[in-house]
Design a protein around this ligand. Structure first.
Ligand code: ZN
Length: 440
């Protein structure tokens, strides 16, 4: 488990219980056929709303959002391919991945050659069903295990996709949690994938339980959680909130956080935003393997938040990055692939990150000419236990660098101390009036 759980107001048992609850929420959401629009997203948001009272918003088809247009709404009731004996050899009811997401309705009899032109498989993983979409190009298709393709006889097939693609709405969820300041932390996850667990029911579950946790604590920042369809959702949200985005001081896209040993943090486009430095610091002291990547315009909704016209301080936290685990976008990214203990660790690390954001600040030493005499104030050896030496060092670092220009995060980075130790030292010095908050 990540090392920062010691300092926070949560026990290892509580964190482990949250991992199980997240896993349970994912299992409840897993069977739903989601897409970038439609009833699957609505049902998903309704279930999340049982945990956090979020607002559900509908944006009509045809709405212009920057260079894009909100698409028609897609819904599906059933889909199958029947062989000449009338058996459902491909059945949407067994896995919603069997249908290319956003397939237009079809109901006809076709020969094997025509059927094959509409089938998608993964020859390298012949037992897995691929996940395919056709959002912006009206088409239809089925996805099957490659092994099944080889077994298809040369006969006539009945294909049926009972779907609708009609004017409707793009639906997303937004949960705003006001804090002491109107400055905001944005947390975003995508809700458009059907039965796929790590990408991205894990991000949905993590966002939900982080929101739930923060709703019970006093927060300096306001928090805005977005549950949006990938790409078109963030573009839509940004187009409606252009005037508000200057309040976003830090942001995080959460995806694929339920499987994989290490963490991967992809920095914001700025590369040196506070969120980037906070996460580097937290991961360095977490005791968990991690990798930090520079920004690239490939991935999740950070692509939109970090487009040059916004350039928001938004990074992306993952375990193994998208497209780099073999199960990615296949039926093998299922509930067996994700683990409660990994989810719990992701929860703990994200709370650690938010703890640093909440606790960071700039202070001024009130006794800057030579060191103050800590012993007479009871500050030397004031903190018992094995960490006392570290904390004394932290006191000296905070006193030395608190000249109104270095934040506590800067001091933690330069001293290579954990942020929590630096923060504790600053609080102690504040209570002894040796430190004062710098006026902004
Ligand atoms: Zn994906």
């Amino acid at each position: 488990m990540a090392a920062m759980n010691k300092s926070a107001l949560r026990s290892a048992q509580e964190v482990s219980d949250v991992g199980l609850e997240m896993h349970r929420l994912m299992a409840e959401l897993y069977p739903i056929c989601r897409s970038i629009t439609g009833n699957g997203v609505r049902e998903t948001l309704r279930i999340i709303s049982q945990h956090i009272p979020m607002e559900i918003r509908d944006v009509p088809t045809g709405t212009q959002v920057f260079d894009w247009t909100v698409p028609k709404e897609w819904n599906i009731k059933d889909a199958y391919v029947k062989n000449s004996s009338g058996e459902r050899i491909i059945d949407f009811r067994r896995s919603n991945l069997h249908v290319v997401n956003y397939s237009v309705p079809v109901n006809k009899r076709i020969a094997l050659t025509e059927l094959k032109a509409h089938l998608h498989t993964l020859p390298n993983h012949p037992d897995w069903i691929p996940y395919r979409t056709s959002y912006y190009n009206e088409n239809w298709g089925f996805c099957v295990a490659h092994n099944q393709l080889a077994k298809l006889n040369d006969e006539e097939y009945e294909v049926c996709i009972d779907s609708s693609l009609e004017p409707g709405f793009l639906t997303y969820g937004e949960y705003f949690l006001p804090g002491e300041s109107s400055d905001e932390v944005l947390i975003s996850c995508h809700v458009c994938h059907p039965s796929l667990a790590n990408d991205n029911l894990s991000g949905i579950a993590l966002s939900t339980f982080i929101a739930k946790h923060l709703s019970s604590t006093r927060n300096r920042y306001s928090y805005r959680f977005l549950f949006i369809p990938g790409t078109i959702g963030s573009i839509t949200w940004l187009s409606y909130h252009e005037a508000d985005i200057e309040r976003i001081k830090h942001g995080l896209v959460l995806a694929s956080v339920g499987a994989g040993d290490k963490f991967t943090y992809k920095k914001s486009r700025r590369g040196d935003a506070e969120i980037d430095r906070v996460i580097c610091n937290v991961l360095r002291h977490s005791g968990v393997p991690y990798e930090v990547q520079d920004f690239s315009p490939y991935g999740y909704d950070e692509r939109q938040f970090c487009s040059p016209g916004f350039n928001l301080p938004v990074g992306c936290l993952m375990r193994t990055p998208n497209a780099q685990f073999p199960e990615y976008h296949t039926s093998a990214d299922n509930m067996k692939f994700v683990q409660p203990s990994i989810l719990a660790e992701s929860f703990d690390v994200v709370l650690g990150i938010l703890g640093v954001i909440e606790g960071n600040g700039v202070y001024v030493n009130q006794n800057p000419k030579c060191e103050p005499q800590l012993g007479k104030r009871g500050l030397y050896r004031a903190i018992g236990g094995v960490e006392s030496r570290v904390d004394e060092l932290a006191l000296l670092w905070v006193l030395n660098l608190s000249d109104g220009t270095h934040s506590l995060l800067d001091i933690a980075a330069r001293s290579e101390c954990k942020f929590d130790a630096i923060k504790r030292a600053a609080d102690l010095l504040l209570s002894h009036k040796l430190l004062k908050q710098a006026s902004d």
